[in-house]
Design a binder for this molecule. Structure first.
Ligand code: ADP
Length: 270
C-alpha cells in the first residue's frame, strides 16, 4: 500500500526560510475510497431490482391476455420488491449504527429472551429447509446494551446459518459467561467460509459467492450490521469456520453489572 502526503510550503520571515508542512493523507484517502465504493455498491444494488421491476411491468403489459403469465410475472415483481425493501431496511439499520456512536440508552438485556425472539423470527425459513434451531447454554445471563440491536444481530447470524446450510441440519444458538462479558454463539453445519475470506465477510457488500447470496435473498449487509452492533456495545464478533463442515460466529458483549452470572442449564431443543 502506498502512503500519500500533502506537502505545503510557506515563506517564513525575510531570510529565505520556508516552512514545510507534510500531512499524511493516507487514512483520509482510504476513507474516501471506501465511501466512494459504498455509494457505487448501493447504486448498483438498488439498480438491479428496479431494472427487473420495470422490465417485468413491461412484460406484463405485453402479456395482458394471458392470465397465467400475468400471475407469474406479478409474483416475480413481488419478489423483487421484497428484495428492495430488505435492502433499504438494512441500509437504514446500518446508517443508524455505523457512526461509531455507542448504544444510546443501554440497559440490562436478558440474553435468553433475545435468543428466543431471534429464533422465532427465523423459524419459518428454517422449517422450509427442515433445519432445527436449538437454543442452549447458560441461563439467566444479561448483557448491558440494547435489546432490539441484540435481536437484530442474532437474527442476521441465524438467517445466514440457515441460508448457507444444507437441508436437515442443525443450528445451535448458545450463551455463556466469559469474564465481564457474555458470549453468544451461532453454530451451523453449513458450507463454511474459505479462510482467505473470513476477514472480509464483515465488509459491506462482500460476498463469497454473489450469485448464491442473492439467490438466498441476502443483501450483503447482514454481517456489517452484526459487526457494528458489536462495536457499538464495546464488544466484538469473531468467526471460526471450516469449508464443508460449518461455521461458528461469536458475539462477545459486556455483561450487565460487569460480571456474567452463570446458572447451569441443559440444552432445550425447540
Ligand atoms: P449476505 O446477505 O450475502 O448473506 P452477509 O453480510 O450476511 O451478507 O454475509 C456476507 C457473506 O459471508 C455471505 O455472502 C456468505 O458468503 C458469507 N457467510 C455469512 N454467514 C455465513 C455462514 N453461516 N456460512 C457460510 N458463509 C457465510
Amino acid at each position: 500500500e502506498s502512503t500519500t502526503f500533502a506537502v505545503r510550503v510557506a515563506p517564513l520571515g525575510s531570510h529565505g526560510q520556508v516552512l514545510v508542512l507534510a500531512e499524511d493523507q493516507t487514512e483520509r484517502r482510504r476513507v474516501e475510497a471506501v465511501r466512494r465504493d459504498f455509494v457505487a455498491n448501493v447504486s448498483h444494488e438498488l439498480k438491479t431490482p428496479v431494472g427487473a421491476l420495470s422490465l417485468l411491468a413491461e412484460t406484463i403489459q405485453d402479456a395482458a391476455d394471458d392470465p397465467e403469465a400475468v400471475r407469474r410475472f406479478a409474483g416475480r415483481m413481488q419478489h423483487e420488491a421484497a428484495r428492495l425493501t430488505y435492502l433499504v431496511q438494512d441500509l437504514i439499520t446500518l446508517s443508524r449504527i455505523q457512526g461509531g456512536e455507542p448504544v444510546p440508552a443501554p440497559g440490562p438485556v436478558p440474553v435468553d429472551e433475545a435468543m428466543h425472539e431471534a429464533i422465532d423470527r427465523c423459524n419459518t425459513k428454517a422449517s422450509a429447509k427442515d433445519i432445527t434451531l436449538v437454543a442452549g447454554g447458560t441461563e439467566g445471563l444479561s448483557i448491558f446494551g440494547d435489546d432490539e440491536l441484540l435481536v437484530t444481530a442474532l437474527r442476521n447470524l441465524i438467517d445466514n446459518a440457515v441460508a448457507y446450510s444444507p437441508e436437515h441440519t442443525r443450528v445451535v444458538v448458545s450463551a455463556r459467561p466469559a469474564g465481564d462479558c457474555v458470549e453468544v454463539s451461532v453454530s451451523d453445519q453449513g458450507i463454511g467460509i474459505p479462510e482467505g475470506a473470513q476477514e472480509r465477510i464483515f465488509e459491506r457488500f462482500f460476498r463469497v459467492d454473489a450469485a448464491r447470496s442473492r439467490a438466498t435473498g441476502g443483501t450483503g449487509l447482514g454481517l456489517a450490521i452484526v459487526k457494528h452492533v458489536a462495536v457499538a456495545h464495546g464488544g466484538e464478533v469473531t468467526v471460526w469456520s471450516k469449508e464443508g463442515s460449518g461455521s461458528t460466529f461469536t458475539l462477545r458483549l459486556p455483561a450487565f453489572g460487569g460480571q456474567a452470572v452463570p446458572v447451569p442449564r441443559t440444552t432445550i431443543p425447540l
